[in-house]
Design a protein around this ligand. Structure first.
Ligand code: ZN
Length: 562
């Protein structure tokens, strides 16, 4: 069935809660194993149905944020999801205390029970109203960002459309576009700054109500971090500062030398004096090339991409009213992944066809979705491994997309290298913010700028607003998904290990990659890393060794820039 034909109908929240309550009370009575098992299945199926409808409404809302119907449906879920979460938690507590727990673990896997346990630590009925408020505040932020209407180049553009100009060959145009975006954030400074201020204070309050010192510990639990702590992450940030910031600075300096001027923030997407590589065709062409690539890559990836095309599961065109960015989600009842993006005619379009498709392929390939829909994707620390690694597995095919594949690879790897310091900056910033929730929004901007200079001395602005420290207003994760960002950093480490292994032994690398796609979310991040025979990012000295090899690979990509 095609995505456009998926049926959406609002759930009746009273009926749903009543139904879930009924399963809960059944579970409380002393039942034989088979009956208890059957109730778990019934409960899971109802949750799957709700999750599917939630995702359909969410996707259709992001396809057009001005669509009143789905806007209301989204608000309906914002208000009512916490009630369902409460039932899920009550059910989870009973499972944890079930006399058949060991038997259940044997059947469903330990990870499911770890996730239930972690979920319980993040919720209590006393925070219900706060969660509703938190959802509404993040929606308010999304509305401001996605309704951006910026006058530029004789057109009215949203931020994704404006971003296209950061790839313009003309430096004046790039600077003007960067300034236009900065002005938009400056114009919304107080509004966005206050929304975040409310979010931080609210999250701090929620954490305290649940008995935590501040939001940091709760944030880690919400992100379902299993097997490592904020101290491991802190050490990793220190490693990045020690090994990656200098490399990123060195490579930026080399670029400046090649260009003959000091590169600024708006030069980030231009890496060659004689021009970036161009795309060889439009959206339809690129999707066709991607199909050829995936068919050649493996039988599994070929079938997967064909399925995505046939079922209308790729929504790639940029349109006014469409929410920004790109994502991959999954409709459990249809067993279908879905990719959302805003193609803008730049190399980022190809990144979507590898990155988001990497997520989608992983969920498509996962063999344990039936055990629990929480196994469709791994926790987000692990799930970015699949997407980022797919970008590297796509390297040998880049001549299908670009006039000059080596130039693309050079830019791609360079941007990954400079990304990691940014990633830890976003992470460090949030640790400071939630540790000191009472600082005001002006102080937060100064804090950002201070950390930005530390981790990214190679990023230079000549715009007063960015120099005041509001670049992060565009970083939706900071608002919507606190502490998410380090996941990209940890995954980059693992993806680099795949890049290195793929150069040494392609078959071994692919076999290992496919294996963890099939595992999906049945294991934790560190266990998935182990299954892939990768080294944990937290092992001392790991990053240093990887970086040396990545720099070597980077330098082996020959480019012509005369
Ligand atoms: Zn991703």
């Amino acid at each position: 069935m095609k995505f456009k034909d998926y049926k959406y109908e609002r759930i009746n929240i009273e009926t749903v809660v009543e139904f879930l309550d009924k399963q809960i009370s059944k579970l409380k009575s002393d039942l034989p194993y088979e009956e208890e098992f059957a109730i778990i299945r019934v409960f899971q199926n109802e949750m799957k149905r709700i999750e599917t409808l939630y995702n359909i409404a969410g996707v259709r809302y992001t396809l057009n944020v001005n669509d009143e119907f789905y806007k209301q449906e989204r608000e309906f879920f914002d208000l009512n999801i916490p009630k369902i979460l409460q039932k899920e938690q009550e059910f989870g507590i009973l499972l944890l205390n079930s006399k058949y727990k060991n038997k259940h673990i044997k059947y469903f896997g330990k990870q499911l029970f770890d996730l239930i346990e972690i979920g319980i630590k993040t919720f209590d009925p006393c925070i219900m109203e706060d969660l509703q408020k938190e959802n509404l505040l993040t929606t308010e932020y999304v509305n401001i960002i996605s309704n951006a209407a910026i006058e530029f180049d004789g057109k009215t553009l949203n931020l994704s459309e404006l971003n296209k100009y950061s790839h313009d060959a003309n430096r004046e145009v790039r600077k003007a576009a960067s300034d236009a975006a900065a002005l938009f954030f400056h114009d919304n400074d107080e509004k966005v700054g206050q929304i975040y201020d409310e979010l931080v204070k609210l999250r701090d309050l929620i954490a305290k109500k649940l008995g935590y010192e501040n939001f940091i510990e709760l944030g880690y639990l919400r992100m379902k971090r299993i097997g490592y702590t904020k101290f491991d992450v802190e050490n990793y940030r220190a490693d990045v500062l020690k090994y990656l910031t200098p490399l990123a600075s060195k490579l930026t300096k080399e670029k400046s030398d090649r260009f003959g001027f000091d590169v600024k923030n708006y030069d980030a997407n231009i890496d060659f004096k004689n021009g970036n590589p161009s795309l060889l065709g439009d959206e339809e062409y690129l999707v066709n090339q991607a199909l050829t690539m995936y068919k050649d890559m493996s039988k599994e990836t070929g079938e997967f991409f064909e399925y995505m095309i046939e079922n209308g599961l790729l929504e790639l065109t940029a349109r006014k009213g469409k929410s920004g960015g790109g994502y991959c989600t999954y409709f459990a009842d249809y067993n279908s992944p879905f990719i959302f993006s805003n193609f803008n005619g730049t190399s980022a379009d190809v990144d979507v066809l590898t990155h988001e498709a990497g997520h989608a392929f992983q969920v498509y390939a996962c063999e344990y979705k039936d055990l629990s829909s929480s196994y469709a994707f791994p926790t987000s620390d692990a799930c970015e491994i699949h997407s980022m690694s797919m970008e590297y597995f796509g390297y040998p095919y880049m001549d299908k997309f670009f006039t000059d594949a080596n130039k693309y690879k050079h830019s791609h790897l360079l941007s990954n290298i400079t990304f990691v310091p940014y990633g830890v900056l976003v992470d460090h910033f949030q640790h400071e913010v939630y540790k000191n929730p009472s600082i005001n929004y002006e102080e937060r901007k100064r804090l950002w700028r201070k950390l930005e200079k530390e981790y990214m001395p190679f990023k230079v602005y000549d715009n007063e607003y960015y120099n005041e420290g509001l670049y992060w207003y565009r970083q939706a994760h900071i608002f919507e998904a606190p502490f998410y960002y380090i996941d990209y950093v940890l995954a980059t480490n693992c993806a680099w290990q795949f890049l290195i292994l793929n150069e040494e032994n392609h078959n071994k690398a692919w076999e290992s990659y496919l294996k963890i796609c099939k595992i999906g979310g049945k294991l934790s991040f560190l266990d998935i890393v182990k299954q892939a025979k990768l080294k944990s990012p937290f092992i001392k000295g790991n990053l240093k060794t990887i970086i040396e090899k990545v720099e070597k690979i980077f330098r082996s990509i020959k480019i012509n820039d005369n």
